[in-house]
Design a protein around this ligand. Structure first.
Ligand code: CP3
Length: 329
């Protein structure tokens, strides 16, 4: 490629008219479980935006159902788990499942999308990282302070480690099955890991994420490791061993890349809220990110977190053009 590649986390979603039309007919779990519909939604941003990668339409919480956990998406509240995991017995009851059975719909969607893309752009598979998935399991939904999650680490470390062992196993199997179904890159979303101190990250999280990353190495596809608010954790996260590190806008891209070293690629890091601004200001900020990346190969342009539902779609399309124009080599 002769310019910096660009795609967006949450590039399929409510900011797109085409997606909202599908969402009128089906709820999010129904979309995910219907491979033809999930494939269609995955392809919507490819047609509309000319991005350089597709990301399979799914959710990081889909494996919960395979584990035997009751997952719902409610209007306004987001994901809700009515029977959260709080005790050693709860952890013990979590089922280790075979993604080729319980998540076969994701794998089928991957196969359909690969066929439809016909080599046009690569397809990214993904999963949540063990920590971020654990936080939903324990809190029962989205959290601000992660009190119960951290309390499990601090007061019942053996329960915490048992949970993380299971989640690492499930995550590795799930990503491996996505790669074998046709995913050409995988991203591990540790969206909320920035809430941890470096010490807690090292003790309670890193060994499990590392296990997932290392277990995927033999599959031979690039691995992207993403989190938000991670400027205190970058070097530790890198030591899990991914090929690409995703960073958000709370750290400048040149500083992040400098600290991480050039032996790892970098993805990011425009503030998703910047997309709401006037085009000339968006342009200035896109240029700033590209300048900080120094037009080096190994930069994947993205936002620092997912596209927000109210984002003007024309601004998103404009950013793709800007990135391609300015980074032409
Ligand atoms: O990027 C893509 O286009 C692929 C699709 C994708 C979804 N979820 C679909 C979705 C991806 C990559 C995810 C990942 C995901 N899901 C993460 C990690 C990324 C991040 O944002 O940090 C997390 C934390 C989740 C859990 C989750 N799913 C939440 C918190 C919510 C509710 C928030 C909201 O925006 O309403 C969801 C629901 C969800 N997953 C939506 C989409 C498009 C919105 C639901 C809808 O259409 O009503």
């Amino acid at each position: 490629m002769d310019c910096t590649p660009v795609w967006f986390m949450r590039q399929a979603g409510r900011y797109m008219e085409e997606y909202r039309r599908v969402r009128k007919k089906y709820d999010i779990l129904t979309i995910c479980k219907n491979p033809e519909v999930a494939a269609e939604v995955t392809l919507q941003p490819i047609r509309r935006l000319h991005v350089d990668a597709a990301i399979i339409f799914a959710d990081i919480l889909l494996p919960l159902q395979g584990m035997g956990v009751n997952l719902e998406f409610t209007r306004g509240e987001g994901p809700v788990i009515r029977d959260p995991i709080r005790t050693a017995a709860d952890v013990k009851a979590l089922r280790l499942f075979d993604p080729r059975e319980d998540l076969s719909f994701v794998l089928e969607a991957i196969q359909i999308v690969r066929k439809e893309l016909n080599g046009k752009v690569p397809l990214i598979g993904f999963s949540g990282a063990p920590f971020t998935v654990a936080s939903y399991l324990i809190e029962g939904g989205h959290s601000t302070h992660y009190i119960r999650t951290k309390l499990m680490m601090y007061s019942e470390p053996s329960t915490w480690h048992a949970l993380m062992r299971k989640l690492a196993k499930i995550t590795l199997e799930y990503l491996r099955s996505q790669i074998r179904a046709g995913a050409q890159v995988v991203q591990i979303f540790d969206s909320w890991v920035g809430c941890l101190s470096p010490g807690d990250y090292s003790n309670f999280v890193l060994p499990y994420t590392r296990q997932v990353v290392q277990g995927l190495k033999e599959e031979g596809v690039p691995i992207i490791h993403f989190g938000t608010g991670t400027s205190g954790l970058l070097e530790l996260m890198k030591s899990a061993g991914s090929d690409v590190m995703g960073v958000d806008w709370r750290i400048d891209l040149d500083e992040a890349w400098g600290r991480l070293g050039r032996d790892v690629a970098i993805q990011g890091n425009l503030d998703p809220v910047a997309l709401f601004g006037p085009l000339h200001e968006i342009e200035r900020r896109v240029e700033d990110v590209l300048k900080r990346a120094g037009n080096r190969p190994g930069h994947i342009f993205n936002l620092g977190h997912g596209i927000l539902p109210q984002t003007p779609v024309d601004h998103v399309a404009a950013v793709v053009e800007m990135v391609h124009q300015y980074s032409k080599r």
